[in-house]
Design a protein. Structure first.
Length: 181
């Protein structure tokens, strides 16, 4: 099997190709000598750093939104309970903030992502149960507040980087993403 480096696509056996949402062709029947599947690594430049919650109910909507609506074929995800919660909990959870900030700095300085997308969502289990710097605020209010606070800090430290923030609203069993400004 040969890799077509010009288009970042793969030349594979006839048939067995699955069309990806970004238009790429990924062979589904590539295997090693021992019969175990092998997978190609991504080579295109990373389009964005995307930070969102690890709540299992939202993983498919997050992934589809980032690929289908925002159009990022290749992005660097940071998936953590509460998403960007650490920006609003620097006093109560300083280690969480330190680790998240180190990951963001790595993405910005080493990977050199041109854009950051932060997403928080309605009915977040983390925000309902975690300690917080703002115990008087309802979980949803805190989560939205943290979106704004995170965007402000990111803009201060990474001048010129496009920062986008989204709120994921629940509508029954469906999710709608609304860009915050």
């Amino acid at each position: 099997m040969k890799r077509n480096t010009d288009a970042n696509r793969f030349d594979g056996p006839p048939g067995g190709k699955q069309k990806e949402p970004d238009g790429g062709q990924v062979p589904t029947d590539v295997s090693a000598v021992d019969g175990r599947p092998m997978y190609y690594i991504d080579r295109p430049p990373t389009q964005a750093l995307v930070i969102h919650c690890a709540d299992p109910r939202f993983q498919t909507p997050f992934r589809r939104f980032v690929k289908e609506e925002l159009g990022y074929g290749t992005y660097m995800p940071i998936v953590i309970g509460g998403g960007i919660h650490a920006f609003g909990n620097q006093i109560v959870l300083p280690k969480n903030f330190k680790v998240l900030w180190q990951q963001i700095k790595f993405a910005m300085t080493v990977i050199k992502v041109p854009e950051v997308v932060i997403i928080n969502h309605e009915d977040c289990i983390w925000y309902r149960t975690a300690q917080t710097d703002h115990p008087h605020l309802e979980p949803g209010v805190r989560a939205r507040h943290d979106l704004g606070h995170a965007a402000k800090l990111l803009l201060q430290d990474f001048v010129g980087t496009r920062i986008r923030r989204f709120w994921a609203e629940l509508h029954g069993e469906q999710v709608r993403f609304v860009e915050e400004t």
